[in-house]
Design a protein around this ligand. Sequence first.
Ligand code: SAH
Length: 452
Amino acid sequence: MKKNDVIPLEITDITGQGSGIGRVDGMAVFVPMTAVGDKINARILKVKKNYAFAKIEELVSPSGRRIEPDCDCYTKCGGCVFRHISYDEELKIKKQRVYDALTRIGGLEDFHMNDIVGGEYPDGYRNKTQIPIGRDKNGAVCMGFYGSHSHRIVGTGECKLQPDDMNAIAKAVRSWVEENGVSVYNEETHTGLLRHLYMRKGFSSGEVMVCLVINGDTLPYKDELVKRLTDLDCGVTSVVINVNKDKTNVILGKTCKTIFGSGMITDELCGLKFNISPLSFYQINHDQTEHLYSIAAQCAELTGNELLIDLYCGAGTIGLSMAKNVKDLIGVEIIPEAIENARENARVNGITNAEFMCADAAKAAAELLKRGTRPDVVVIDPPRKGCDASVIESIASMSPDRVVYVSCDPETLARDLKIFAEKGYITKNVTPVDMFPRTQHVETVASMSRKP
Ligand code: SAH
């Protein structure tokens, strides 16, 4: 088998990331955007020692599990990977991905695997979008999403994962750019002004923040932009500029300037009000977050007497949603704006038993251990790369009765649960929660108890 060969292939399996697998003489061939049961002619793209990558050259006989993808951009932009199969099928694949990671990478055996919690609305759920702005090969302004594993912008009128309001706002911003001749960013030459359109919506409050990420300090025609956006009737309550003059793939810079409104959104989650600044993390699927937090709360088994540590707490949302059921809460987070939000969020909700530390999780955990802090329960919700081993070491040394791990990456979760197991923490319950329908991503809550 070599590059550019076209071979007949039957898809017999699928990875958790949504790539179909066919086999040739025992060698796995990965073909994205296929379904189990597809018979295809596959064009080989790359051959490794024990496996190969291919793409569909021709769909000879489609699997009965296929559905018609309902987005023009599907397979072009890097967002969705499961639009060609039913949502039920997707949920099964995601649950299996979590199970496989925990057993194969994590070496876990005796845990209880709950069913995956699927989203009621697999479309229109994203409360945040970041749309790159550039030019297409004909020089026209192009806004959309990056192609899979690339920095080429795939222009799209709209995205099904985000609410219609955001699509309407993107359209208005595009007209404003074109009609005023505002310059757009070119990644290669690091010139031009507009880099990204970033939006966030409070699904409970209806408030929308629009943020333009710019390679400069000021935005021309900004009053006109604000007028266009507020005239839209899409709930725009804030317009913000984010300054990012660095030659980097990181979307947001460190400085935000509010040009209209409060500069943040307020939303409600689990019966509490939350202020969320542009630089603070906020879970992107409102309804599924409420499920996620309630599962995390069940795992925490709080009685009202506990000291709870919420590590990687963002704007304080998980810990504050549990605050009335604990004696004391300590939240830790590295982003200063998020910690400011967390303190303010405690105040606006009348929560007085919460303290927040702005620090790196590893340093904070070591510091808390040194102080002799004895938490009963620790909740951790790290970014995709998971926890530093030193964080796990410090948590285990503080010997909480229970640890609740909220994870957006099954593979790093599995790696970390294995380390926890070595430190005497046994994984009991695992619940996948689909926060990101139609994409490859899946969230998981794992509860651990200290070995008696
Ligand atoms: N629990 C929150 C946030 C989870 S996202 C919620 O549910 O909304 C992960 C958070 O970890 C982000 O807010 C990120 O800023 C923070 N973070 C990333 N690296 C960190 C580190 N080394 N130390 C502390 N916090 C970190």
